[in-house]
Design a protein around this ligand. Structure first.
Ligand code: ATP
Ligand code: MG
Length: 178
């Protein structure tokens, strides 16, 4: 069922936590206050769980089968701190206490996808939402006035589409559905 992932019909995919409207509005507010010129477009704000990369149709079918009965726990993510990675010059929003359930969820995704030949990143998972690229840094040192409490209920499969104006994302599926 699994096959190597590279042909002309390959799509660029990732698994993410996708903010609902309420959380997105709050994220936009937080980003607007700190992010500067190369802010992530409002509609693109998300938290990547697993980057799948170029995925051909057969591989996609295998991934979807492997994830079919995924039942992610409801978890509360508190986004309460900014961070900055100087090398890619990324300003991000994260959590000072990432819930263990989120690490467990990522580990479960890796384990299911490994069965389809997926090789997880060696880097440890670090929950973050990119607020801006090419940011001069450093991250704002002031604590967030109001931390964002996000009740996460779904894992989302997203396609990344390259457009003239930058990347656009299309939600393909989510678990649990609905
Ligand atoms: P752009 O690349 O156009 O600046 P983008 O990085 O948001 O925009 P993608 O490169 O398609 O769009 O990435 C989709 C998501 O996957 C983003 O959250 C990105 O940070 C993450 N991602 C991209 N490449 C990798 C990678 N090699 N390893 C881990 N995560 C990645
Ligand atoms: Mg990218």
């Amino acid at each position: 069922m699994c096959s190597p992932g590279s042909d002309q019909t390959a799509r660029r995919l990732f698994l993410a936590l996708w903010p609902e409207d309420t959380e997105r509005r709050q994220l936009v507010e937080l980003a607007t206050g700190v992010a500067g010129r190369r802010r992530t477009p409002d509609a693109n704000l998300h938290l990547t769980l697993v980057f799948l990369g170029a995925t051909d149709p057969a591989r996609l079918i295998a991934y979807e089968a492997a994830l079919a009965d995924l039942s992610p726990p409801t978890l509360e993510l508190t986004l309460d701190r900014y961070g900055y990675w100087p090398q890619p010059r990324i300003l991000w929003l994260g959590s000072s206490r990432t819930p263990p359930e989120l690490y467990e969820l990522v580990a479960e995704l890796h384990s299911r996808l490994r069965g389809c030949g997926f090789t997880p990143e060696r880097r440890a998972f670090q929950a973050h939402i990119t607020l801006a690229r090419q940011h001069p840094g450093p991250a704002p040192t002031q604590p967030l006035v109001t931390p964002l409490h996000w009740q996460v209920r779904h894992v989302t499969l997203v396609e990344s589409l390259r457009q003239d104006t930058g990347s656009a994302y299309r939600i393909m599926r989510r678990w649990p559905p609905g």
